[in-house]
Design a protein around this ligand. Structure first.
Ligand SMILES: C[C@H](O)[C@H](O)[C@@H](O)C(=O)CO
Ligand SMILES: [Mn+2]
Length: 419
């Protein structure tokens, strides 16, 4: 028997001793689709003519060579990354990644501008998620979109939001998988405004118009994403956590999006989930990693990620909390950024599925807090990594960082030619 098989047998038995079935955990893990964000592949540039570069208070720092420049190159890079990833995936697109339709602006885009992606996704057996793009456009230049005091600007962006839900529905119908349409706007200011209410009242009215048309939830799940600050909106964003939390309470068909980089560094997303899940039907987690600010670093296998996914599993909420990656690191090979971040996210989910949660709950209920502590601390030394390696092996994927060999080859053969 191989060392790997021996190692997995050992790990399986260790977990069995504490009442955890590693086979069941692997099966659950392999059923959870996680959304891979296209915008890591080209530094959030998109394919529209755009002299103004990336705006909206977000930044992709670094200039590692080989970023995708065309839809074909981005699709090729996505396929390369997906070939190194186990489990089901969706690809997350933004509206400014449309192909064709240069004669129309974002307030008039339609499903016909995304057939390049829907045809591809259907052939690849992938689901698609979608995002309206409320930045990197002349009509977002003054920092406001759906909360703008300029009614012409606000109308333009309301129409864009309505178009994008229609496109999301078409993506679901084309792929046979529900499309999550996540709305995030950059609207905000460097200094706290005297009238902080009016932009939020306008945002509420804009959202009411965008979500007026009901779309069956098996086709589209609408999500709204809060933020604490952005570059140039350090003191105030209209779409704050409180705003969207209240909006979702009033519109229970919506999902609230929590981006792990969108809160104060001391805030725990994990600690929020149980309270939110009592009142909201749906949540969307953007796995990201802030370093000092919302710096969108590649997701690391760290406490913030592991705690959040452990809570999702403890809440038995994998059917109600959707997972999507969101970061953009332009300082390293972008395929490696996708693979590291996605493997870490799935590995953290597996670790959560390998917890003897019911056993721990019973200890807690009978007041055996020492026993709970002892088991939780012991779990930190259990071989979840060996179980993940077995999961990779079952997908014909090498363990550890061996995937880098293929990425180095791809860089030499493909990326290096993008001059
Ligand atoms: C590109 C995404 O829409 C964006 O990253 C958003 O999800 C966000 O987190 C902005 O800070
Ligand atoms: Mn996000």
């Amino acid at each position: 028997m191989s060392n790997f098989a021996d190692a997995y047998r050992y790990a399986r038995d260790r977990y069995a001793d504490i009442g955890v079935d590693t086979e069941a955990a692997i099966a659950k893990l392999d059923a959870v689709p996680i959304s891979l964000h296209c915008w890591q592949g080209d530094d959030v540039a998109g394919f529209e003519p755009n002299d103004g570069g990336l705006t909206g208070g977000i930044a992709a720092t670094g200039n590692y060579p080989g970023a995708a420049r065309t839809p074909d190159e981005l699709r090729e890079d996505l396929e390369m990354a997906l070939s190194l990833l186990p489990g089901p995936h969706k690809v997350n697109l933004h509206a400014n990644y449309r192909v064709g339709g240069s004669d129309v602006d974002r307030d008039k885009i339609g499903p016909e501008h995304f057939t390049y992606w829907t045809d591809w996704a259907r052939d690849q057996g992938l689901g698609l998620d979608f995002n309206p793009t409320f930045y990197s456009h002349p009509n977002s230049a003054n920092g406001y979109t759906l909360a703008s005091r300029d009614e012409g600007i606000r109308r333009f962006w309301i129409e864009h939001g309505i178009c994008c839900r229609r496109i999301g529905r078409a993506m679901a119908e084309a792929t046979g998988q529900r499309c999550v349409v996540n709305l995030w706007i950059p609207d905000g200011e460097k200094e706290f405004p005297v009238d902080a209410l009016a932009p939020r009242a306008r945002l509420k009215d804009s959202l009411d118009q965008i979500y007026a048309q009901k779309i069956p939830e098996d086709l589209v799940l609408d999500a709204v994403e809060s933020k604490l600050f952005g570059l140039g909106s350090e003191s105030y964003v209209a779409g704050s956590h409180e705003f969207y939390l209240c909006y979702c309470m009033a519109h229970p068909e919506l999902a609230l999006t929590l981006d792990l980089g969108h809160f104060h560094p001391t805030e725990s997303i994990a600690a929020k989930l149980s309270a939110l899940s009592l009142f909201l039907n749906r949540l969307l987690l953007h796995t990201s990693r802030p370093v000092r600010w919302d710096s969108d670093h590649v997701v690391a296998y760290d406490d913030s990620l592991c705690d959040a996914l452990r809570e999702v599993v403890r809440l038995q909420a994998l059917d109600r909390i959707v997972l999507a990656l969101d970061y953009f690191d332009a300082s390293i090979n972008r395929i490696a950024a996708w693979v590291v971040g996605m493997r870490n996210t799935r590995r953290a989910l597996l670790q959560a599925l390998l917890e003897p949660t019911e056993n721990l709950r019973q200890m807690e209920a009978r007041g055996d807090l020492a026993g709970r502590l002892a088991l939780l601390e012991a779990l930190k030394g259990y071989p979840s990594g060996i179980v993940f390696d077995e999961y990779l092996r079952r997908h014909d994927l090498a363990a550890g960082n061996q995937f880098m060999a293929a990425i180095y080859r791809y860089e030499a053969d493909v990326l290096a030619n993008r001059k």
